[in-house]
Design a protein around this ligand. Sequence first.
Ligand SMILES: [Zn+2]
Length: 87
Amino acid sequence: MYPEFVGIYVGLGIVIVLLLALIVLAIVILKKIGSAPVRPVAAAARPAAGVATAVTPTAGGNVVFCRNCAKQFDNSMRFCPHCGTNR
Ligand SMILES: [Zn+2]
């Protein structure tokens, strides 16, 4: 009976150590993601949005681009006036 207890404690200890290692790993990874220079991706993703907002002044509101025909129309419209696709 005694050896079984020892086995349980050893197993618990291993599990706790593994959990702690996982938590430390998660914290390290989260910190890396948080501080990582994600700028290149954001910069690469921006030009499209920048172009979209740069063309907007005509309508006064927000202009969106149809994902089907790529024509622009007002953000308040639910459907593309050119092809009728639900945005
Ligand atoms: Zn369209």
